[in-house]
Design a protein around this ligand. Structure first.
Ligand SMILES: C[S@@+](CC[C@H](N)C(=O)[O-])C[C@H]1O[C@@H](n2cnc3c(N)ncnc32)[C@H](O)[C@@H]1O
Length: 228
């Protein structure tokens, strides 16, 4: 296992500007919460991506992975778990440690690399290569619209042909979801599925498939900046 902390640092530079997400994660433990309903949709999307992955390694990249609540138990329970090679990037060391503890408890330490670092900085994932599953959950509601557009465009370079991107965003007005769909289409993705419109307005999840070969890029600019 590579110790990426030496490469990307511990994210201290932006830690001072970040909010404390502890309470946000607590909502996962309340089955009646909107976040718990979102979790089920994301889980289903991950299972679908694993089920449909061709034989061989399944490469998963998760930017701003948090405690890994949506990905780790699903991978652990899936018949393809031994095919998974994953990189989770989370800037908050305490939150990343929770993810590491869960991965260890689930026996996933060898296959899931949890990096403490800035997921907006390509240095944290440049060596990982195109992903078969790219997770952008809990990001688009916390960055500017321009950064959402930029991140979607850059996702095209991070996702293998035939790979899936799963993303989340609330649908509060002004609802950015239709624009995000347009940006994914422009970046070469097709819509695979989307969450039920009857879910709370704070919940929207979609899965898109990359229909092109990812263009190699040397772009070292940051993808986004959290503003919330
Ligand atoms: C809304 S939570 C989402 C967590 C997880 N993706 C989920 O859906 O359960 C946002 C997470 O992003 C992390 N975060 C914020 N800015 C980040 C950055 N630049 N790089 C990596 N993680 C970041 C926060 O510490 C927090 O854990």
């Amino acid at each position: 296992m590579i110790d990426h902390s030496a490469i990307v640092g511990q994210g201290d530079g932006i830690m001072a500007e970040l909010r404390d997400w502890t309470q946000w994660f607590a909502a996962y433990d309340d089955p009646s919460s909107a976040l718990a309903s979102r979790l089920l949709v994301v889980n289903d999307g991950i299972v679908r991506a694993l089920n449909e992955a061709p034989p061989g390694a399944i490469r998963i990249l998760y930017l701003c992975a948090g405690q890994g609540r949506d990905i780790l138990p699903v991978v652990a329970a899936h018949p393809r778990r031994t095919d998974v090679v994953a990189r989770l990037v989370e800037v908050d060391p305490a939150i990343a440690d929770v993810a590491r503890g869960t991965a260890a408890n689930l026996g996933l330490t060898e296959s899931i690399d949890i990096v403490t670092g800035d997921a907006a900085d390509p240095a944290t994932f440049a060596d990982f290569g195109p992903a078969d599953l790219l997770l952008l959950c809990g990001i688009f509601g916390n960055i500017s619209d321009a950064d959402v557009a930029n991140t979607v465009a850059r996702a095209a370079g991070l996702t293998a042909r035939g790979g899936t991107v799963i993303w989340t965003r609330h649908r509060h007005e002004p609802n950015l979801v239709p624009s995000i769909h347009d940006w994914f289409a422009q970046a070469g993705f097709s819509l695979l599925w989307e969450s039920d419109a009857a879910l709370p307005e704070s919940v929207y999840v979609a899965g898109h498939r990359q229909e092109r070969d990812p263009a190699p890029t040397q772009n070292t600019d940051k993808l986004f900046t959290f503003v919330k």
